[in-house]
Design a protein around this ligand. Structure first.
Ligand code: ZN
Ligand code: ZN
Length: 341
């Protein structure tokens, strides 16, 4: 494989485009040409914090796990021809550990995840991926929609954990791409009272467009709208250390809290134990996704969700460092950036 360009994160606040020679494909891999790759909130943590928890950047690293691509050879077993647009599941779980055997592939501690150190990701022109992670797409799916299947899968997994019930009061904290995807899915399930919170006004407005019934800049605003009863279900999709605290305070007695967001600095701010205990809350952490691609594809193909409406910015690979800077400074109107190599 000849040299191609890639976006590298060198450390906190240091992102540059440079030459990248991807590893040669193994016997179970295929080379793909990236068609579109989304900038995820998790990519931003590598940029802002230099890592996420124990996943620390030790050498220049290519992020990017939300992507569609064109295969450079036929995959007869999957009915895929050279040149065809496909989605790539960035996660390759080991399938042998105790947790994989129990079906928790998203929790496999030995997972190889493209775009999480030490595995380079898709913010580049081409890379080798496992043949088993290539997903055939219907002809109607566009490159950008193909790249949105992974974050949509994160939303589907959160809904699977949340098990929303008809007519219950629901709060969604954080209206970035994930929060807005979750709001759309909640609406598909027939939920009646969806309250959205985001301090950025354009995101709160977008939440109303995408199915929220009430939207506000702060928890207090939305709590007031619920008559201070709290919500039966709270789904947290912020990047804020206050996400856990706010989710607990937004919940009604006997409520359920699902945490999807990754807090800046990998730390939650202090929360009153009594506030959580007195509510008897059911608290769950959502990690990536289960087997969701088939459903994600159907939702997009049948126009049940609007993933295109989440994409607000587009960048070439050469300009891609700007996408990180813009997102870090919470630029007005930005929801989701796509890089088109
Ligand atoms: Zn992501
Ligand atoms: Zn495993």
């Amino acid at each position: 494989m000849s040299d191609n360009q890639a976006l590298f994160i060198h450390g906190a606040g240091d992102v540059r485009v440079g030459a990248h020679r991807p590893a040669a494909p193994q016997s179970d891999e295929i080379v793909v040409q990236v068609a579109a790759v989304g900038v995820c909130g998790s990519d931003l943590h590598y940029y802002k914090d230099g890592g996420i928890g124990g996943a620390v950047i030790k050498e220049p690293f290519v992020p990017g796990h939300e992507f569609s691509a064109r295969v450079t050879a036929d995959i007869p077993a999957a009915g895929i021809s050279a040149g065809e647009l496909v989605a790539i599941d960035p996660a390759t779980p080991c399938l042998r550990c105790e947790w994989c055997e129990r079906g928790y592939h998203n929790l496999c501690p030995k997972v190889k995840f493209l775009g999480a150190p030490p595995y380079h990701g898709a913010m580049t022109a081409s890379l080798a991926v496992p043949v088993s992670s290539v997903i055939k797409l219907p002809a109607s799916i566009t490159p950008e929609q193909g790249a949105m299947l992974e974050p949509l899968g994160v939303c589907i997994h959160a809904i699977d954990l949340a098990k929303p019930r008809l007519m219950e009061a629901i709060a969604v904290l954080g209206c970035g791409g994930i929060g807005l995807g979750i709001i759309q899915l909640l609406q598909r399930t027939g939920c009646h009272q969806i309250m959205a919170v985001d301090p950025q006004p354009h995101r709160a407005r977008k939440a109303l467009d995408m199915g929220a019934h009430i939207a506000g800049a702060s928890l207090a605003e939305v709590q007031e709208a619920s008559g201070n009863r709290g919500c039966d279900l709270v789904i947290e999709a912020t990047n804020s250390p206050d996400g856990l605290r706010d989710a607990i305070l937004a919940a009604a007695i006997g409520g359920r809290v699902i945490l999807v967001g990754i807090p800046d600095g990998d730390t939650y701010s202090a929360v009153s134990a009594a506030e959580a205990r007195r509510r008897g809350l059911d608290l769950r952490f959502s990690r990536r996704m289960g087997n969701v691609y088939t459903r994600a594809i159907s939702l997009v193909e049948q126009s049940q969700v609007d993933v295109d409406g989440l994409i607000t910015h587009r960048f070439s690979l050469a300009d891609s460092p700007d996408s990180f800077a813009l997102q870090a400074e919470e630029a007005a109107d930005l929801i989701k950036s796509m890089i088109l190599p």
